[in-house]
Design a protein around this ligand. Structure first.
Ligand SMILES: Nc1ncnc2c1ncn2[C@@H]1O[C@H](COP(=O)(O)OP(=O)(O)OP(=O)(O)O)[C@@H](O)[C@H]1O
Ligand SMILES: [Mg+2]
Length: 253
C-alpha cells in the first residue's frame, strides 16, 4: 500500500503573522518542491496566517461561536481563497496536483464530517490528486463559524488513516521556551502536550488547539510530527517517517 501523509502548512510558516497578507513565497516554494518529490499520497491542509486571522478578528468570527449574521464572511473567505490559490499555484509548479475541498464540502451543519468523505477522499487520492483544504468560514445550524486547519487535519486523518501527520510551523517544534529554539522537546506523549499550550489565542485557539488536535491524531495510532518549514531536512525526514529535528508524538491507541 502506498505511504500516505496528511500535511498541514501552518499560517505561521506561510505568512508573517504580523504583516497582513504577507506570504513567505520563497520558503513556500521550497516546501512545495519537497512535497513534489515525496512520492506517496498526500492530503494537504493550510492555515490562515495573516490572511485569515486578522479578518476573522476584525469581524468577530471565531471557532468558538456561531455568528448569526453574514458580517465579514465574504471578506474573510475571499482572503482565504486568495491564500489558497497562492498555495495551489506553488504546489502545481512543483508537480503536486490538488483537488480543493473547502471545509463546507467535508463538514455537515453540525460541524461533523459528512458521511461519504472517506470514499470521496480515497477516490481523489487513488487517482493521483492531493485533496487540499484550509481554514475557512463554514456554515452550521444558526449561521457561520470558523473551522480551523488543525481540526480539518484531524478530520482528514480519521478518514484516510495516513501513516503520519506532519504539522509545519515557523518554529522547530514544541519548545519549552518559545524564545529559545534549543529548548526543543523531541518526543512527547499525547497526554503530555497540553502543558506547552502557551497563551496566545486567535480565531482558532492558537497553539493550544493545535496540540489538542495533535493528541487526538496520535490517539488514532498515527505518528504526529511538528516541524519547522524553514528546516528542509527536518521536513523531508518527517515525511518519510525517519528521525527528524522536531517534535514527535508517537501514535498510540
Ligand atoms: N510551546 C510552544 N512551542 C512552539 N510554538 C509555540 C509554543 N507556544 C506557543 N507557540 C506559538 O504557536 C505558533 C504556531 O501556532 P499558530 O496557531 O500561531 O500557527 P499556525 O497554526 O501555524 O497558523 P494558522 O493558525 O494560521 O494555521 C508558533 O508560531 C508560536 O508562536
Ligand atoms: Mg493555528
Amino acid at each position: 500500500l502506498e505511504d500516505r501523509v496528511v500535511i498541514k502548512l501552518g499560517g505561521s510558516f506561510l505568512s508573517q503573522k504580523s504583516r497582513e497578507f504577507s506570504v513567505r513565497k520563497k520558503e513556500l516554494d521550497a516546501v512545495c518542491s519537497i512535497l513534489g518529490k515525496f512520492g506517496g499520497g498526500m492530503a494537504i491542509v493550510h492555515g490562515g496566517g495573516s490572511f485569515g486571522h486578522p479578518l476573522a478578528k476584525r469581524y468577530g468570527l471565531s471557532s468558538s461561536k456561531v455568528s448569526p449574521t453574514a458580517e465579514g464572511v465574504s471578506e474573510t473567505r475571499e482572503a482565504m481563497q486568495r491564500l489558497s490559490s497562492i498555495v495551489c499555484d506553488s504546489l502545481q509548479r512543483a508537480g503536486v496536483r490538488t483537488y480543493v475541498l473547502p471545509a463546507v464540502s467535508l463538514l455537515d451543519l453540525k460541524g461533523e464530517e459528512r458521511e461519504d468523505i472517506e470514499p470521496l477522499l480515497n477516490i481523489v487520492l487513488s487517482l493521483g490528486l492531493s485533496p487540499l483544504t484550509y481554514g475557512d468560514v463554514s456554515v452550521v445550524k444558526g449561521g457561520f463559524t470558523i473551522v480551523s486547519g488543525d481540526l480539518l487535519s484531524y478530520i482528514l486523518c480519521r478518514a484516510i488513516r495516513p501513516s503520519r501527520m506532519v504539522f509545519v510551523i515557523d518554529l522547530p517544534g514544541v519548545l519549552k521556551d518559545t524564545g529559545d529554539p534549543d529548548s526543543l522537546i523531541t518526543e512527547l506523549e499525547p497526554s503530555g502536550l497540553s502543558r506547552y499550550a502557551g497563551s496566545v489565542k486567535d480565531a482558532t485557539g492558537g497553539f493550544a488547539y493545535k496540540l489538542g488536535m495533535a493528541a487526538k491524531i496520535a490517539s488514532l495510532g498515527i505518528d504526529t510530527c511538528i516541524v519547522s518549514g524553514f528546516d528542509e531536512d527536518a521536513l523531508i525526514s518527517s515525511l518519510k517517517g525517519g528521525q527528524f529535528r522536531g517534535t514527535l508524538v508517537k501514535g498510540k491507541r
